[in-house]
Every structure is written in structure tokens, then in C-alpha cells.
Design a protein around this ligand. Structure first.
Ligand code: UT7
Length: 320
């Protein structure tokens, strides 16, 4: 199968940030507790007419504009989400409609929660093998705030809303490796409407913490082994932005270069399937990405899903 290389990124968040101090007004918590346990100071929550579709379409449109591609060049659209606006149609179809993409390409969603963008890129790579068009549009978009139980301070303080998008191009030659897995677990879940239980996030935080650190190490080790590369060959590791302590733990255990692990959960919180592409876009807007760089993208989350990609920014990557 041919590889993917990264061409451009996009991102969008709701207008109003929600600081830890805002949460401390409605529940028994504090900026000190949240920041010291998670690295999060602030996140965004959708309000009014802010929807997953609006955020996803804005991020996707930005990525396409930056890539300089037309709708006719997009060979597939895959969205990673577990909080789409409709149960059906898929969020990706709503984005397709908002962007006016043609009707002769595969368009679908992937629900792999916080690993969603990694899975979605792999699904898109599969679609592109059969396509005459060279580009894939992959979006991660969430409104997890809809599912937060504001009486459960141990989960409500973690999550935020947002969207990130990437344009990838199919290429025969570029460095590309992937690893995907899932453990079939309920440790983070949102019951469906038919269960009769509240549709709210519940989580065994300690179990997820242990899973996350193992999953991250396993993904990184697998990608290094497949590629024969080391951290010296990698420019950036972009992990799911759940918790800075999870990243610190992995960095220590792997004796890895901490400065290569990007973090922005302080401003966005955990945006689930949006977190990896939103982080990519944040890095791009901070001028941290450039053509030819080697990236590791690492996800873990509900499912319990996990996985990673090793890929390159294209020689003509649209750096901001
Ligand atoms: O996409 C994957 C998403 N999931 C994750 O990233 C979760 C991974 N897990 C974690 O990050 C951590 O387990 C948490 C941050 C969720 C919790 O940290 P912890 O160190 O495991 O805390 P804990 O649950 O053991 O709670 C310690 C204390 C408890 O009080 P007592 O029983 O010791 O008096 C909690 O009630 O902290 C209390 N607590 C809080 N206090 C202030 C729990 N949440 C809060 C809060 N503010 N928001």
C-alpha cells in the first residue's frame, strides 16, 4: 500500500474558553488541583449554535485552503468523532455537505474515541489506494461537553470541545508506519440513549491512566521497531492530549527526549478525537512544523483503543 504524507492542517475551537477557575465556581475543585494532576488550565465548550459540524467544517475548510486543493482533488473524507451532531448521518457527511464536496468519493466516520484520528488516517489511506484522486481530508471533531456530568468533578474537568483537520497526499515513497489495537474495555464510556442510563462520561481514571501509559509506550516501540528509527530520527511526538502526567510518565520510562513531546492540553483540555489534529494545527500555527520533518502521532482512548503513525511532512508541506 502507498504511504500518506502530511500536506496541511486546520483547526477550530468554540469562541469562549472555560478556565479552571470558572469550573471552580460550579463544583468543588481548583485550578491548582486540576493543573497539577492534568496540565490543563483551560478548555473550550460549545455554546448556542456552535456545533461539531460547524467546528469540523471550519477546520477542514482551512486545511483545504492551506493545501491549495480544490474539492475535485479530494479522494475521501473521514471524520473521527464520538460526539457527532447526529446519530446518523455520519459527521463526515455533514461536513461534506457544508463544504460542497462531490458525491463520488467515500465519506464516513470512525468512532475510536481519542485514537480516532489515527484510525481515520488509516481508513483514508485505504480509500485512497482505490482512488484516482491524490488527497484525503481527515477531520477529528468533538463536543464532549454535551456528555459531561458536572456533578462528577473527576471527569468534568478533563474534557473540551474542538476540531482539527489534515490534508494528506498518497505517495509511493514516503516513510510511513502504523500500529493499531483495541482491548475491548468499558473503562471510559458514555452509555447510549437506549440503555436508560444517563448519557454521560464515566471513567475509571486510575485504570485509564495505567492503560494510557502502556498503550503509548507500545505504540512508540512498535513504530520505532518497524522503521528501525530512534528518537534521534524523529522531530516531534504528538500524543493524544489527555494529561501531561501521562506524557511525563512515558518520557521518564522510555528515557525519551521530553522536548520532542508537544503539549497543548493546558489551553484545550482533552478534546478526544480532535486532540491529535488540533495539536498538529496548533504546532503549525506556532511555526513548529516544516517540510521533511518526521512525526509520530500517538492515540489512546475509550474502547480501549490505541495506535500510532510515523509519517513525514511532505516536501511541499504548507507550513504556517
Ligand atoms: O482520553 C483518555 C482520558 N482519560 C484520562 O486521561 C484519565 C487518566 N486518569 C487521570 O488523569 C487521573 O486518574 C485523574 C486526573 C482523572 C484523577 O487523578 P488521580 O490522581 O487518579 O486522583 P483520584 O481519582 O485518586 O482522586 C484523588 C482525590 C480524591 O479525593 P480523596 O478521596 O483523596 O479525598 C478525589 O475526590 O482528588 C479528588 N478529586 C478532585 N479534587 C479536586 C478528584 N477530582 C477532583 C477535582 N478537584 N476535579
Amino acid at each position: 500500500m502507498e504511504s500518506l504524507e502530511l500536506i496541511a492542517t486546520g483547526g477550530a475551537v468554540p469562541k469562549h474558553p472555560v478556565h479552571n477557575n470558572d469550573l471552580a465556581k460550579i463544583m468543588d475543585t481548583s485550578d491548582e488541583w486540576i493543573f497539577s494532576r492534568t496540565g490543563i488550565h483551560s478548555r473550550y465548550f460549545c455554546e448556542g449554535d456552535e456545533t461539531v459540524t460547524a467546528l469540523a467544517a471550519e477546520a477542514a475548510r482551512q486545511a483545504m485552503e492551506r493545501a491549495g486543493i480544490t474539492s475535485d482533488e479530494v479522494g475521501c473524507l473521514v471524520a473521527a468523532t464520538c460526539s457527532g451532531d447526529y446519530a446518523t448521518p455520519a459527521e463526515s457527511c455533514l461536513v461534506q455537505r457544508a463544504l460542497g464536496l462531490p458525491d463520488d468519493i467515500p465519506v464516513t466516520d470512525v468512532n475510536a474515541a481519542c485514537s480516532g484520528f489515527i484510525y481515520a488516517a488509516e481508513v483514508a489511506r485505504g480509500f485512497l489506494q482505490e482512488s484516482e484522486k491524490p488527497y484525503a481530508l481527515v477531520v477529528g471533531a468533538e463536543q464532549i461537553s454535551r456528555f459531561l456530568d458536572m456533578t462528577d468533578r473527576s471527569t468534568a474537568v478533563l474534557f473540551g470541545d474542538g476540531a482539527g483537520a489534515a490534508v494528506f497526499r498518497r505517495t509511493p515513497a514516503s516513510l510511513y508506519h502504523h500500529v493499531l489495537g483495541a482491548a475491548g474495555g468499558l473503562e471510559i464510556n458514555v452509555p447510549g440513549a437506549a440503555s436508560g442510563k444517563p448519557e454521560k462520561v464515566s471513567m475509571d481514571g486510575k485504570a485509564v491512566f495505567r492503560f494510557a501509559t502502556r498503550a503509548m509506550r507500545r505504540s512508540i516501540e512498535s513504530l520505532m521497531e518497524q522503521s528501525g528509527k530512534t528518537f534521534d530520527d524523529v522531530d516531534w511526538v504528538i500524543c493524544h492530549q489527555a494529561n501531561s502526567r501521562i506524557i511525563d510518565h512515558v518520557v521518564r520510562r522510555m528515557n525519551a527526549p521530553a522536548e520532542k513531546f508537544f503539549e497543548d492540553m493546558d489551553r484545550f483540555g482533552n478534546t478526544s478525537g480532535a486532540s491529535v489534529p488540533l495539536a498538529l494545527n496548533d504546532m503549525n500555527e506556532q511555526h513548529l512544523l516544516s517540510p521533511g520533518q518526521t512525526l509520530l502521532l500517538i492515540g489512546f482512548g475509550s474502547g480501549l483503543t490505541w495506535g500510532g503513525l510515523m509519517l513525514k511532512c511532505a516536501p511541499d508541506f504548507r507550513a504556517e
